[in-house]
Design a protein around this ligand. Structure first.
Ligand SMILES: Nc1ncnc2c1ncn2[C@@H]1O[C@H](COP(=O)(O)OP(=O)(O)O)[C@@H](O)[C@H]1O
Ligand SMILES: [Mg+2]
Length: 282
């Protein structure tokens, strides 16, 4: 198999937030190495304060390295002249849907990014319509965001990124404030975007969501402490417990079924995969 091309390359990245007066700066990242490949789906997990958001903000030059390097499609994020080219490659969706929408009309919000790119108006129109259809919010395009649920607002925020046609979309706990139904809607959009070729970086507290990724990265205290395919990560149950991380329901259920004599392959990590295996053995 051909090696996938690297989209984001992070080399020995250290990041320190500015310290209070008279205090030593505290490093939120202590030397992170990570590659995100084109079209790859990577989940990042880790307890609060482990550095996930700091890492993600370094992926499109919203933060710049204190030490080390971040390259996006070969462009150094520290190169000021490249900042807009970098943001055209990597888009972000954040946790709070209310902080992401700026206009009083939904379609204006989605047009905001493409307008800043200076695109012709027909092109903007086309992108906005496509993006709103992709997240099933086209019928709401003339409405105001205040009428929407949290999940719908997140879908509009995602449409704003889709309209930018970025190769990679980073979701920083974008489902954390949503109810289970809203969360499911966002996850199915994420999976669709991945299947259409977008690279996805999904920061999440929900192990069921992380299980859908090609690769899981586990962070603790500003370092990457584990990295691998979901079945290998979920095999390390006691190490995860020490990091206050759980394993998905489907993985626990598969283990319980194995104990009772069912033959469940170890790469079964999602509820859908488990249901498929059980149906096949019927
Ligand atoms: N704006 C900030 N100023 C100072 N320290 C911060 C700031 N944002 C985050 N931190 C600190 O950096 C560390 C990593 O935080 P963060 O990247 O937000 O972790 P996570 O997203 O995993 O919860 C934490 O110790 C946090 O307190
Ligand atoms: Mg965070």
């Amino acid at each position: 198999m051909q090696e996938k091309e690297v989209l984001i390359k992070i080399e020995d990245l250290k990041y320190a937030y500015e310290a209070e007066e008279g205090q030593e700066p505290v490093f939120a990242l202590n030397g992170v190495d990570l590659e995100i490949h084109k079209g790859e789906f990577v989940a990042i997990v880790g307890r609060n304060g482990s550095g996930k958001s700091t890492l993600s903000l370094n992926m499109n030059a919203l933060l710049l390295p204190t030490e080390g390097k971040v390259y996006v499609d070969g462009m150094d994020t520290a190169d000021e002249s490249k900042v807009w080219d970098i943001r055209k490659k990597v888009g972000m969706v954040f946790q709070d849907p209310d902080n992401q929408l700026v206009s009083s009309i939904i379609e204006d919000d989605v047009a905001f990014g493409p307008e800043n790119l200076g695109l012709p108006s027909e092109e903007i129109r086309k992108r906005v319509d496509e993006a709103l259809k992709a997240v099933e919010m086209y019928d709401y395009r003339k409405k105001g965001p205040h009428l929407l649920s949290g999940g719908q607002k997140q879908r509009v925020a995602i449409a704003g990124v889709i309209a930018m046609r970025t190769e990679c979309i980073v979701f920083d706990e974008a489902t954390a404030m949503l109810d289970p139904l809203g969360r499911k809607g966002i996850m199915s959009i994420i999976k669709k975007l991945h299947s259409e070729g977008h690279a996805i970086v999904l920061i999440t507290h929900f192990m069921e969501e992380a299980a859908q990724a090609d690769k899981i990265v586990v962070m603790s205290e500003g370092d990457i402490v584990m990295e691998g395919v979901p079945e290998d990560i979920f095999d390390k149950k006691s190490e995860l417990e020490k990091l206050y991380l759980d394993i998905p329901f489907a993985v626990k259920m598969a283990a319980a079924l194995r104990e009772r004599g069912f033959d469940i392959p170890r790469n079964v990590v999602t509820e859908d995969q488990l249901a498929d295996v059980l149906c096949a053995s019927k």
